[in-house]
Design a protein around this ligand. Structure first.
Ligand code: MN
Length: 262
């Protein structure tokens, strides 16, 4: 047996490593993104009980579920965006499984976002993180710890106004830097989508989708419990359902985290 895997099992058993669940509960109240009226809406989560130890099935319980692919804590595949439509291995079923696991760089933006819900990550914030923790390694997940998941009321979570939603995200220059200069695996956020609420008006519009997916990168949205991750040193596992031709999928996102410095 690989000594590393043996050690992983031992460290988990001894509690020196813990598993942190970065996933929001999925239920009919899970908020979904609201698009302008001219576009088709994505349905939220529904659950229909087939039977529950009753006449329809006396000894068993199961449900039928339905939802848009991009509901709750979910995964964005490159094919989700028009810029990524011709990338190789760009769907949920064809992305190599190796890419469902990677080290996590967690950027603390809690104070900035508390002061400004439209806060945007810029290259200077990435460089600030790198000054403390080293240059972001290729194949890393970059996770924006904004505290946004604390907004459990869907109204506060979506934070919509007459001029559209107000939620944090990434400036186009920061997306470009992460995709092209750092070659990250993808970006993960606590908000409903990887782009900022006002990103329809950016250049390019929705840069985290446009640039990231155009470069074959991945996305994670509606994460939580990022406060339990160290800035560096955790590993994130995020594997979408193997939906053939899928553009995304609800996902259970797990982090393996040291409980203290070892
Ligand atoms: Mn999505």
């Amino acid at each position: 047996m690989s000594s590393v895997l043996k050690q992983l099992v031992e460290e988990l058993k001894a509690g020196r490593l813990k598993v942190v669940d970065l996933t929001q509960p999925l239920h009919p109240g899970t908020p979904v993104i609201h698009l302008p009226a001219q576009f088709e809406a994505s349905p939220g989560f529904t659950l229909r009980t087939i039977c529950r130890y009753d006449q329809a099935g006396p000894a068993w319980y199961w449900n039928a579920v339905a939802m848009g692919e991009h509901t709750g804590t979910h995964f964005d595949a490159p094919v989700h965006w028009i810029t990524g439509k011709d990338r190789p291995d760009n769907t949920c079923a064809t992305i190599p499984a190796r890419r469902f696991i990677g080290p996590a760089c967690v950027i603390d933006l809690v104070d900035e976002v508390a002061a400004d819900p439209d806060f945007l990550l810029k290259p200077a914030h990435i460089e600030r993180w790198e000054a403390d923790h080293g240059v972001i390694a290729s194949g890393s997940w970059v996770l924006l710890w904004t505290g946004w998941s604390k907004r459990q009321d869907p109204k506060a979570f979506l934070n919509e106004a007459e001029d559209g939603p107000h939620s944090p995200g990434l400036a186009p220059e920061a997306v470009s830097m992460l995709a092209h200069e750092r070659d990250v695996l993808g970006v993960g956020v606590e908000t409903i989508g990887t782009d900022a609420g006002q990103a329809a008006g950016f250049d390019p519009p929705f840069p985290c989708h446009h640039i990231m997916h155009g470069a074959g990168k991945l996305g994670l949205a509606s994460l939580c419990h990022l406060d339990q991750l160290p800035p560096a040193g955790a590993i994130v596992i995020a594997a979408p359902l193997k939906i053939v031709d899928g553009s995304g999928s609800p996902v259970r996102v797990l982090a393996i985290v040291p409980t203290e410095a070892h």
